[in-house]
Write a protein that binds this ligand. Structure first.
Ligand code: TXE
Length: 636
């Protein structure tokens, strides 16, 4: 039985103590369970390096069990089996529960991630709730298109869920990034294996508990904390996981793409690193530029993929900017998680990341850049680093080229627009850019010239759940947030259709003409077209209506559910029969070669009534169901 971690937090930022409880097991198939291989993860408080608690560490075996549950849920109680309105209702319920528990979640997130409680409360958790609500709203608004290819036929598109999705989340904004992935994934009907970072698993476990309370069916959301090289790798390689959404390092992003390519070619979206330019022109509002540039690199210690770590300042404003920016960086002081002052600076997340940041600072110094301010660790306990500003750096230095992911800015003076555009784009990354100017024409010009997924003018990157976010170049692929994120979790399929006589399909997916006599004599071609398109299509099985109700019934009974699912995958071209010979000809001309194989000849159609008899006229539908699709093939 997994343990429940319980504690209480107090501090100046809290009106009253906050009680926290977190189940430390794996959340699989609607229950908290122990991991199969009994491993644990030490969860460390980065303000002092001490253990908070240990939680279960899932491995490949647990991922297998979770995928099985998620697959089952996808096929039975989620995906296309649950109307969007119900998915949205559950998501809104979850958002409500998150809001009711916002202080507890914020405390968990702050302690686990080395954040200020007030930042976790007002930014991270608030964003996560808003994001859930935003995507809950999309759940019943997924729409395809109807495409008329000519007067006699049309195609329509559907946005179908992909299936089981692996969501691998980093440690810098755990709950917020979880919502970026789970919001669109759940709204569009996918089921989830969520793997939080081994450094910050606690808020995901709380999230699982609330999801269960909200009433999500077992298996829809599974949370498996674990290490990257075991649980993470197992997700990337799993043959039944159809998509992985990852946020983290470029190095791990490559591994995930490689694993996807070598296994089942699963879809991958990646949100990776950045070395983002922050450009201040002479005509900028100085106070605003300083405020946002400070926030842009020092918020959460610069542990942000969109951190404005390369600060380009035009020569006319350089001295004033440097003076104010340096002062602002010095107001940031180390403190405790529950301090009330927003200028308190937390620690780096872990010993490993602390060492990495300190190594970058050392490399800047040894490469000849000048430490303008900062450059050292703070104290001996925990992982605190001084806000650091480098000047006199050269373009080929590591501190200019590589993502440091710490409170380290490099400031570079520039003369002209052309110069700064060239320098800003001279990077393998392309996530975000910030531009400070009061000249609207310049703002537009520069925004369009920067190779970055997002450009912010007179502000720094603040994620907004309505706005797409994602990188150019090696900063990743695919978008999170906003309507664009829905694409990352759906497959847009097309179903071509030639409206024709009432028809139904054989279990092998090929359209079958109904017996001539069963069609109502009054039914004209036009009527049939209209009625068919309005009423007949049901789960991609085409059944007849007027005058052939009984046959249609038989057809529904006779077609096994599994077959129906298989049929949905076909690129189905329904070809008219004898009565529409001219239309058929057109079809044969228009359709591509592989579709033509599905267009049946007149002779084949002549055989169909016999085939139908052998299938549909078998009164005992259960026998057919038991026969399985192979037997049906044999029948043919
Ligand atoms: O990242 P990892 P790390 C950058 C930042 C930072 C660097 C290293 O520059 O300094 O990455 O951080 C999981 N298969 N970013 O080492 O390893 C891992 O368990 C599948 C930018 O923490 O990429 C965790 O859940 N998954 C970034 C997640 O990947 C694997 C945020 C991130 O860890 C795996 C974090 C594998 N083989 C770091 N190996 C951003 N874009 O915001 C690890 N993981």
């Amino acid at each position: 039985m997994p343990q429940i971690f319980t504690t209480e937090y107090k501090g100046p930022a809290l009106e009253k103590p906050i009680k926290v409880t977190v189940n430390t097991g794996l959340f699989i198939d609607g229950k908290f369970v122990d991991p199969i291989e009994k491993g644990t993860i030490d969860v460390i408080d980065p303000t002092n390096g001490k253990k908070i608690v240990d939680v279960a560490a899932g491995t490949a075996k647990d991922i297998d069990v979770a995928v099985e549950a998620a697959q089952r849920a996808f096929k039975t109680v989620w995906g296309t089996k649950t109307p969007g309105v119900e998915r949205g209702r559950l998501m809104n319920k979850l958002a409500d529960l998150m809001e009711q528990n916002i202080h507890e979640i914020s405390a968990i997130e702050a302690v686990d991630g080395g954040k200020l409680f007030i930042h976790a409360l007002t930014v991270d958790v608030q964003q996560a709730i808003s994001n859930m609500r935003y995507f809950a709203g999309w759940a019943d608004k997924l729409q395809g298109k109807t495409i008329e290819t000519d007067d006699s036929k049309f195609a329509y598109t559907r946005h179908e869920p992909i299936g089981v999705c692996g969501c691998i989340v980093p440690w810098n904004f755990p709950i917020m990034i979880t919502s970026w992935k789970l919001g669109p994934a759940l709204a569009t009907g996918n089921t989830i294996i969520l793997k939080p970072s081994e450094l910050t698993p606690l808020s995901a476990l709380k999230f699982a508990e609330l999801a269960s309370q909200a009433g999500f069916p077992p298996g829809v959301i599974n949370v498996v904390p674990g290490y990257g090289s075991t649980a993470g790798q197992a997700i990337s390689e799993h043959p039944l996981i159809r998509k992985v959404s990852f946020t983290g390092s470029t190095l791990t992003g490559r591994k995930i793409m490689e694993a996807a390519a070598k296994t089942n070619m699963k879809r991958v979206t990646l949100e990776l690193g950045g070395k983002n330019p922050n450009i201040v022109f002479d005509d900028a509002d100085l106070a605003q530029a300083v405020k946002w540039s400070t926030l842009g690199i020092f918020h959460h210690n610069g542990q942000m993929c969109a951190a404005g770590s390369r600060i380009f300042v035009q020569e006319g404003i350089y001295d004033k900017f440097m003076h104010a920016f340096t002062e602002a960086s010095r107001t940031l002081q180390p403190g405790s998680t529950f301090d009330a002052s927003p200028t308190v600076q937390g620690p780096i997340i872990s010993q490993t990341q602390f060492d990495r940041v300190m190594n970058y600072i050392a490399s800047g110094k040894s490469d000849g850049a000048k430490v303008h301010t900062g450059g050292d660790r703070i104290g001996k306990q925990g992982f605190f680093v001084q806000p650091t500003i480098f000047t006199e750096a050269k373009p080929d230095m590591k501190i200019v080229r590589e993502e440091i992911f710490g409170p380290v800015a490099v400031v570079v003076k520039f003369k002209t627009e052309e110069d700064v555009i060239a320098m800003a784009n001279d990077t393998s990354y392309g996530l975000a850019s910030n531009v400070f100017t009061t000249n609207l024409a310049r703002a537009t010009r520069i925004s369009n010239a920067l190779e970055a997924g997002s450009v912010y003018v007179n502000m720094a990157s603040v994620p907004d759940f309505r706005v797409p976010f994602g990188g150019y170049k090696q900063s990743g692929q695919g978008k999170e947030m906003g309507e664009y994120a829905l694409e990352a979790y759906t497959q847009q399929v097309q179903r071509k259709q030639l409206p024709g006589r009432p028809r139904r399909r054989r279990p092998d997916g090929v359209g079958v003409a109904l017996d001539e006599e069963t069609v109502d004599e009054d039914t004209t071609e036009d009527d049939t077209v209209e009625d068919d398109t309005d009423d007949i299509i049901d789960d991609d099985v085409i059944v007849a209506e007027e005058g052939v109700d009984d046959v249609a019934e038989d057809d529904r009974d006779g077609v096994m559910e599994d077959d129906v699912e298989e049929m949905m995958d076909d690129d189905f071209v329904d070809v008219a029969d004898d009565g529409f010979a001219d239309v058929e000809e057109e079809c044969l001309e228009d359709v591509e070669e592989e579709d033509v194989t599905e267009c049946r000849t007149d002779e084949e159609e002549d055989d169909e009534p016999a085939l139908l008899d052998s299938i549909v006229d078998e009164d005992d539908a259960t026998e057919l169901e038991e026969a399985g699709s192979e037997d049906v093939e044999a029948l043919e």
